[in-house]
Ligand binder design. Structure first.
Ligand code: ADP
Length: 288
């Protein structure tokens, strides 16, 4: 028998007394302090509209360009809890939805992170969703259309999403192969915001803020990044991220010589190819 469980339903199978403390307390997932975030385009407004109209959101773009920070910022702005799940190849639908756990001689149900957000409201962010096992996609589909439900198969229940539930996923097209890609049937369920490296002046401002270096140092790092990014698909799978520019800035701020900082933060992480490393070192030498 399928039991619908959710807002407005009577006979809800409540188990509050059996819930572990973290499950009952969504406060743990609230962002208390405003994260520093510089909007790149109209993503703040679009997020707000998507949330108000219960539309799921896909953030698309390379790693380290602000997707996670953006969601933290929006969670703070909207006052919603944010539950982030870093997807990996062993992540199953049960990991998201929940499972029965042994509790002495009996069993008790424990909501997974997705069920928690669906039940109590909040943003559930599936980071790099394509990495997760295929059965996870099946589970999120009914949450992405006007049904807004999550089947809890093991319990024979269907959980209706709270009005304040929002699903967000991230996706990096650069990593995908024919064998591992999101299906159109999944992609076409999400409003999609493209994220890319910020413009020069914004990225400099971010590096200054996050690492504490001066504007000139940040501008030099950005110049190097721009040249390295130009080598994408010409030996490099992906350009250098804003995150790595911040790391380089932090090292420089701590007194590491700029060339060495760039070597360990901008070059070594992105390629193992010795020849390409040499090319990147030349790029760094031209600036530092
Ligand atoms: P990802 O796209 O992989 O989720 P993050 O959101 O973790 O990347 O971004 C990496 C870091 O870059 C952040 O921790 C933050 O310091 C910085 N960053 C990137 N974009 C912005 C932005 N628009 N405003 C403020 N900080 C940013």
């Amino acid at each position: 028998m399928i039991v619908r469980e959710g807002k407005g339903e009577k006979n809800i199978m409540k188990e509050t007394t059996m819930k572990p403390a973290h499950e009952a307390n969504m406060q743990d997932y609230r962002i208390e302090h405003e994260p520093f975030y510089l909007p790149i385009q109209d993503e703040v407004e679009l997020f707000q509209i998507a949330y108000e109209n219960k539309l799921p959101l896909m953030l698309k773009g390379p790693t380290g360009c602000g997707k996670t920070r953006f969601l933290s910022y929006m969670a703070y702005k909207t006052g919603l809890p944010l539950i982030t799940i870093a997807c990996h190849e062993d992540l199953t639908a049960s990991d998201l939805v929940g499972r029965y756990l042994l509790d002495g001689s009996t069993t008790r149900w424990q909501d997974g992170p997705l069920s928690l957000a669906v039940r109590h409201g909040g943003i559930c962010y599936l980071d790099e969703v394509v990495e997760a096992r295929k059965d996870t996609t099946v589970v999120i589909h009914p949450l992405t259309d006007d049904r807004r439900v999550l089947p809890l198969e093991k319990r024979g229940q269907i959980l209706e999403a709270s009005d304040t539930f929002m699903l967000a996923i991230s996706y990096n097209p650069g990593y995908q192969t024919v064998l591992k890609d999101l299906k159109q049937s999944t992609k076409q369920r999400f409003i999609t915001l493209d994220f890319d490296y910020p413009s020069a002046s914004l990225e400099e401002e971010i590096v200054v803020h996050e690492s504490g270096v001066d504007r000139k140092t940040a501008a030099d790092l950005r110049k190097i990044a721009e040249k390295i990014r130009g080598l994408k698909d010409r030996g490099l799978d992906e350009g250098v991220s804003t995150r790595l520019l911040i790391y380089a800035g932090v090292l420089i701020k701590q007194g590491v010589a700029p060339r060495r900082a760039c070597e360990v933060a901008l070059i070594k992480p992105i390629t193992d190819d010795v020849e390409i490393q040499k090319t990147l070192q030349e790029i760094v030498s031209a600036v530092h």
